[in-house]
Write a protein that binds this ligand. Sequence first.
Ligand code: COA
Ligand code: MG
Length: 307
Amino acid sequence: MSQNSPIRSFSLHRSVLSVPAINLRALEKTHALDCDAVIFDLEDSVALEKKEEARENLKTFFSGKPLTNKEKIIRINALSSAFGHADMELVQALRPDSVLLPKVDEPQDVMAVSDLLADADAPETLRIWAMIETPRGILNAAAIAEAGRTLGSRLDCFVVGLNDLRKETGVLPQPGRTYLVPWLMQVILAVRAYGLDAIDSVFNDFKEVDAFEAECAHARAMGYDGKMLIHPMQIEAANRHFAPDEAAIREAEEIIAAFADPSAEGLNVITLNGRMIERLHLVQAESLVHKARLISERQTIERKPLS
Ligand code: COA
Ligand code: MG
C-alpha cells in the first residue's frame, strides 16, 4: 500500500453474488444466503425493455425486510447509456452501501459518479466500485485507482469482468486463464498501490464445481480478495477459498506472539520455527488474524436465531 493512501477497508468480500434485479424470486432468496455481499444488477442481466421494471423491483425489495449482514451494491448502467441517470436516482433514493459502475475506461467515469453523489449530498459512506472489463479499463487501472482514492472520490473496489474483456480482446476462455493472467495481475498492482479491494470475475459454468474451485484457488493465489458469483451454489467454495485456513491463522498467531515477547523488543528480524520472520510479516499476520476474526464474528451472527 502506498504511503499516502487511506487504509484499505477490511470488510469481507469473499463471495459477491450478482442477482439480476429483474428476478424477484432470486432477490428474495438473498436473505437466506451466506454470501458476504450482493450485487443487485440493473445492467447486463436485464433486457433493455425491462430496465424500468428492474428498478421498480429494487424499490420493492429495499422497502421490504432489511437484508442484514450483507453488503449491498447496485450495479447501474453506464451514465452514457439511456438508463444510467435513472439508475443513479434510484441509488440516491435506496442508499445501498456501494454503486458499481460498469465498463469503467478512465478516471473520468468514476469522477462523474462521484460528483453526482456529492451534488446530491449522499453520505460519504455510500461508496463506488468499478468494473474493470475493457481494454482501456485494464490499461488505465492504475490511473483509475489513483484518481478514485486521492481526489476525494469514494472508490473502494475493482471487480474484473472477463466476459466483456474476452469479447473485446478475442482471448479464448481456456482453463488456467494463461493469457489473462498479466491483466489480472495488473489489476492487483493497481488496487494494492492505492488501497482498494479486488474481486475476480464470474465463472460462467456454475455446475462445473471442480473447475470453479480451481479458479477460486487461482484467484486467491494471485492476491484477489474474493470472487463475483452468479449462482448460490458457488458461495460456499468462495467463502472457503478466500478465508485464511487454520494453519495460516495458527502461524499468524505465533508470529504476533513472538514479536510481543520482550526478547523481540527493538528487533526487526527474529527466528521462528527455523525461519526468518521480519516485522513486515507481523503486519501481514495481524491483517490475517483480523480477517479471521471478522469471518468468525460473521458466522456467529449467522447462527443466531432470528428474533
Ligand atoms: N441469486 C439468487 N438466487 C439465485 C441466483 C442468484 N444469482 N441464481 C439462481 N438462483 C436461485 C434460483 O432462483 C432458483 O431458486 P428456486 O429453486 O427457488 O426457483 C435456485 O437458485 C436454483 O437456480 P437454478 O435453477 O440452478 O438456476 P437458474 O436456471 O434459475 O438460473 C442463471 C441460472 C445463471 C440464469 C442465474 O443463476 C442467474 O441469473 N445468475 C446471475 C446472472 C447475473 O447476475 N449476471 C450478471 C453478472 S455476470
Ligand atoms: Mg460486464
